[in-house]
Design a protein around this ligand. Structure first.
Ligand code: NDP
Length: 596
């Protein structure tokens, strides 16, 4: 048998294994397996960080712009709008401060997994140098606050406030925004920057309500329980048996810290993540101080291009993400050079990369049975790739036990602990690192159902699937802009996505201001054209429904979504989507929008 035949056979065998692993995990209840955090479970989403609930009288005011959400999306929108002269901006935010993801996710070990210099926005504007190549959560949270201060957003911000409704008034061309604090805000423009991974979800494990110990979700870390209310304090866990449920990107960052701090840690795994090399390090001050003005935008674009296979002379970030893409395209280059690969380049690249990931597990984890359980059997990008240099080592510690559920999940929860493969493990505390609702309606996730033109709710308009122009506008909802929504793009570096949209919104509102318009709305034709483009070109989330991918939130738990084609992203990838937006806004005629 030739070397190529041999390789082909190995790859075929591996594909069959992937199929078996996927089958094992498919469930008829799909996304319904999760319990919505409400009613008796609502304490899982309560804010453990705010010192107190600041009482205040309801506000009734008129403002130029209401931005809903004070995370990077809202901050970028506010920053870009204030740069063109809008100063009357009210940010409505549920947390007690700016930060969004970085306000809520304060779990020990929280860190950006995209390089800080391209992930942390507005570094040049704010004049900030991240301390590390991959900054930690508290630093990113502080940077969010610094953006808020730099652009003067604190004075008008309404924290601990949730928008509950918004109604369009055709006569006055304004939005009336109602909040859970009884406020009525009359705004000329409304920007929804409510994020995607915001609402914690719980697994519907039988008996979850019976547990008599302590439980919390990773995005609402209970430092009062684990330490002294100080961030990163886990000292109170010294004599505790702790179970963490989940082994996704969050758990991968949490586990090494718990492993150092608890009496006994059980890591309940349904599907292992891919754990590639992190390679963090302090920022070279000299290098940073000598960067040319405009460096950040160039670096951000370079990273997006490289990670999407767009040729760049230089890979500026040169890290695990970009290396991964180089490997993926290397196989195509080999083929182009006439090398007989024996298999198609994609299969070969996938196989090589995943073997490298599995070899790393084998080389790191001492117990071979545990190592085997930690090896991921699916294609790269079926799940969020993870990068960590201590996670796998944690399983060599005596205090850490991997409870691998062989794809089935935790059997049940008892008053005393949890049952995995029929065996009970007594624990004092269960931490749910089980992620966030993705793909549920905006009404359910963020509690918003806009009332637009002609008294029509957004849910009515989108009954058969979302309809947008560029993922930002929806006809019938004038003067309203949605950030990071469906029908836009999927970018590894989310702040890049948010900033391109923020710049676009700012450019439109500059045009509105300069021409004294009061109203801007997508035309039906332009919207239809974009929806058609998305449907025909759209990166199907359903491509991940095929054999190589185990279920997860990327693929709607392995089930086709009703009217799923409307939920696709624009198919050209982020580089082309951003280019399209840039060209569109630079053209100056804003084709597809009606102004009056
Ligand atoms: P995920 O949705 O990625 O992971 C949830 C985990 O819970 C999975 O391992 C899942 O297993 C597991 N799970 C669900 N139900 C059960 C069950 N019944 N029994 C046992 N395990 C169960 O959530 P994360 O919070 O980890 O990450 C969400 C996203 O947040 C990431 O994809 C990433 O985009 C982002 N993130 C980014 C970080 C960064 O550094 N920038 C860091 C952390 C998160 P299964 O895989 O089998 O479904």
């Amino acid at each position: 048998m030739s070397e190529n035949d041999n390789l082909q056979e190995k790859i075929e065998r591996m594909k069959e294994k992937y199929r078996v692993e996927r089958e094992k995990r498919l469930r008829s209840d799909g996304s319904d397996q999760f319990v919505e955090v409400k009613g008796k479970f609502s304490y899982f989403s309560q804010d453990p960080y705010a010192q107190d609930f600041a009482e205040r009288e309801p506000i009734e005011e008129t403002t130029d712009i209401v931005i809903v959400g004070g995370g990077f999306g809202g901050l970028l929108a506010a920053a870009r709008l204030s740069a063109i002269g809008y100063s009357d901006i009210t940010v409505v935010e549920e947390g007690a401060d700016f930060g969004g993801t970085w306000y809520w996710n304060r779990y020990p070990g929280a860190q950006c997994d995209i390089e800080s210099y391209v992930y942390m926005p507005l570094l040049e504007e704010v004049g900030y140098m991240p301390s590390e190549k991959y900054a930690h959560g508290d630093e990113i949270f502080e940077h969010s606050r610094a953006i808020g201060k730099h652009f003067g957003l604190y004075d008008q911000a309404l924290f601990q406030t949730r928008m509950i409704d918004a109604e369009w008034n055709e006569d006055s061309s304004t939005w009336k925004v109602l909040t859970n604090r009884g406020d009525s805000l009359y705004a000329k423009f409304l920007v929804l920057a409510t994020g995607n991974l915001t609402k914690p979800k719980l697994p519907g494990i039988p008996g979850i309500e019976k547990f008599e110990g302590h439980m919390f979700h990773s995005s609402r870390w209970d430092y009062k329980y684990t330490g002294s209310n100080d961030r990163n304090d886990l000292s109170a866990l010294r004599d505790k048996r702790v179970a963490i449920i989940g082994s996704g990107a969050t758990a991968v960052q949490v586990v090494p810290n718990l492993a150092e701090s608890v009496q006994q840690l059980y890591v309940c795994q349904r599907t292992p993540s891919t754990i590639d090399i992190r390679g963090n390090g302090p920022t070279d001050k000299n290098w940073f101080e000598n960067l040319e003005p405009g460096w950040q935008e160039k670096r951000i674009q370079n990273f997006t291009n490289v990670t999407n296979g767009v040729r760049e002379d230089e890979d500026l970030v040169a890290d695990g993400w970009t290396d991964l893409m180089h490997k993926m395209i290397e196989a195509y280059r080999e083929k182009k050079r006439g090398v007989d690969l024996g298999v198609d380049p994609t299969s070969l690249a996938q196989y090589r990369k995943m073997e490298e990931i599995r070899d790393r597990v084998e080389d790191t984890v001492i117990d071979k049975e545990v190592a085997e359980s930690l090896k991921p059997y699916y294609d790269m990008f079926c799940k969020r790739p993870c990068f960590h240099d201590e996670y796998l080592n944690s399983f060599n510690k005596e205090t850490v036990t991997l409870l691998d559920t062989d794809g089935k999940g935790v059997d049940s929860i008892t008053s005393n602990g949890l049952i995995v493969k029929g065996k009970e493990y007594s624990v004092d505390c269960i931490i749910f690192a089980t992620g966030f609702e993705v793909g549920s309606s905006m009404q359910r996730r963020v509690g918003i159902d806009l009332l637009g033109k002609g008294e029509r709710r957004l849910s009515e308009k989108w009954r058969d699937g979302p309809r947008t122009l560029h993922g930002i506008h929806s006809e019938g909802f004038p003067n309203c802009f949605v950030m990071h929504g469906v029908q836009s793009t999927i970018s590894f570096n989310v702040p890049h996505h948010l900033d391109e949209q923020a710049k676009t919104i700012a450019e439109i509102l500059r045009y509105v201001k300069e021409n004294s318009f009061v109203r801007v709305e997508a035309s039906e034709e332009a919207e239809q054209f974009w929806v058609d483009q998305v449907i025909s070109s759209g990166q199907k989330v359903s491509t991940m429904n095929g054999d190589p991918c185990t279920p997860g939130y990327y693929n709607n738990e392995g089930q086709p979504k009703k009217n799923g084609r409307y939920y696709r992203a624009y198919g050209g990838g982020p580089t082309r989507y951003f280019k399209k937006l840039t060209e569109w806004r630079n053209s100056g005629d804003y084709k597809g929008l009606n102004f009056s």
